[in-house]
Design a protein around this ligand. Structure first.
Ligand code: AMP
Length: 452
């Protein structure tokens, strides 16, 4: 069994990995970390959930030069959510170094704020192709010192039509650099990127068979999809369910329908502002809104544990989309369930993209009509985060010591740059809300509001 110790890493990094609970490298980490530390170009086939982010971040953080003032690494990823996930992992991993600055650059948030943040210095830039190119044309990012380029989920970026933007960006990077490409699949047109970007790359491929068997797949032939969706939820009775629709409008309609039936629902689609997406995901993961209705935006990159049921309300258009959607369940070695609801059109589509799956009649399910999915907790938002030096312990202290809330009634606490969120049992949330509104956190009066 290989351990992180076998990879000859510095003691303070090993300590940090232990404090993060990473005991042993995953197969992709075991194979790629030594190659990347030799500064080789690499093309790796690995899915989210395999530990791929740490695989490329660890060698990168090791080689960062703390004396350099300009950005040294550029990570290009398809979505804002994935950029944030990579940045979160990079910040945790770089804790053992003195001053590593990670900056995310994606659309849907203010350019001015991003420029202000860039002016304070950045070592690692993580962004979506369009917004990165935007900054490059405005000369607000300096790419002259970039020595590592990482493309994450390259297949997804090709799907989204980002190839030209990526190539434009890359043509402005120093020729002497290490280039790394991670992709869950290798579509034919991936050559478009690999040929131009990588130099004699080593190829690494990780089979992900175990994960696939852990997901049970069912297909139901249905006439009324809304009714079938309720039947499915009430039969399988999940704790956390993710429902995929093909369009933004449909996500809104399905959420509305479920809310009308007494379910607590979050909606995620590209019409939402970045902060709204963050709040939706947060309420889903902390259990306030245990159902998430989303477009394919949520199909890739998101790493949320404990989703026990994924439902395709609409049949996906491509095999890859099907794979990515159902891959949101059965994570971290837990088993998962995936259900696809097909009307006549959907059955035709499914026979093209997943010909082996057989449909059953929805009438074979036995729904429990008294089953609903409602959050035991709700979320309060506090107008202060890392910038005001608010920590989870400060919020916990005020809630327990000053307001008299029992620790067992307090759920997940998330601290962001400018705001913090705390999940609280609905039975005591009024008391917590009034107490926080009138009280102080870290000696400061901070505004508090209730998310719904
Ligand atoms: P990824 O495939 O990069 O999306 O990672 C999936 C999850 O695995 C993330 O939550 C990581 O924090 C976690 N992870 C990555 N490497 C390890 C490791 N060596 N041991 C345990 N967990 C890990």
């Amino acid at each position: 069994m290989i351990t992180f110790q076998n990879l000859s890493l510095p003691a303070n990094l090993l300590e940090n990995l232990t404090s993060l609970g990473y005991e042993q490298p995953t197969p992709i980490q075991e194979q790629t970390i030594p190659l990347l530390r030799e500064n080789k170009d690499l093309i790796a086939q690995a899915k989210t959930g395999s530990g791929k982010t740490l695989a490329f971040l660890l060698p990168l953080i090791l080689k960062l030069d703390e004396a350099e003032h300009f950005p040294q690494a550029l990570i290009i990823a398809p979505t804002r959510e994935l950029c944030e996930q990579i940045a979160g992992e990079a910040n945790k991993l770089a804790r053992y170094k003195k001053d590593v600055k990670v900056t995310t650059l994606y659309g849907g948030t203010s350019l001015t704020k991003q420029v202000a943040s860039l002016e304070k210095g950045a070592d690692i830039l993580i962004g979506t192709p369009g917004r990165l190119l935007d900054h490059f044309s405005r000369k607000t990012i300096h790419l002259g010192q970039i020595n590592t380029l990482i493309l994450d989920e390259a297949d997804r970026m090709l799907d989204m039509g980002f190839a030209d933007d990526i190539l434009k960006l890359v043509s402005n990077l120093p020729k002497k650099r290490q280039s790394i490409l991670f992709s869950a699949t290798y579509p034919e047109n991936i050559d478009k990127l690999t040929k131009v970007i990588l130099k004699n790359p080593t190829e690494v491929k990780i089979a992900s068979k175990e994960k696939e068997v852990a997901i049970e797949e069912f297909v139901y032939e249905v006439e009324d999809k809304d009714k079938a969706l309720l039947t499915t939820l009430k039969h399988f009775q999940p704790n956390l369910a993710l429902i995929f629709c093909n369009t933004k409008i449909k996500t809104a309609e399905v959420s509305h329908m479920l809310q009308g039936q007494g379910f607590d629902v979050a909606t995620l689609n590209g019409d939402l502002e970045q902060y709204e997406r963050q709040e939706m995901l947060l309420q889903f993961t902390n259990g306030s809104l245990p159902v998430l209705v989303a477009t394919d935006l949520a199909a890739r990159g998101l790493d949320i544990e404990n989703i026990d049921l994924v439902i395709n309300y609409d049949t996906p258009m491509k095999t890859e989309d099907y794979t990515h959607r159902i891959g949101r369940t059965g994570r971290a070695d837990k088993s998962g369930l995936a259900v696809t609801l097909c009307d006549t059109y959907g059955l035709g589509k499914l026979s093209e993209i997943k010909p082996k799956l057989q449909a059953k009649k929805i009438s074979t399910l036995s729904p429990n009509k008294n089953f609903y999915m409602q959050g035991e907790v709700a979320t309060l938002c506090i107008d202060g985060g890392k910038k005001k030096k608010v920590r989870a312990g400060d919020i916990l202290g005020t809630l327990c010591k000053d307001i008299g809330i029992n620790g067992k009634d307090i759920g997940k606490i998330n601290i962001y740059q400018s705001s913090s969120y705390v999940a609280i049992k609905k039975t005591v949330i009024k008391k917590a809300f009034t107490g926080l509104k009138n009280g102080k956190i870290k000696g400061k009066n901070l505004r508090v509001w209730w998310l719904d």
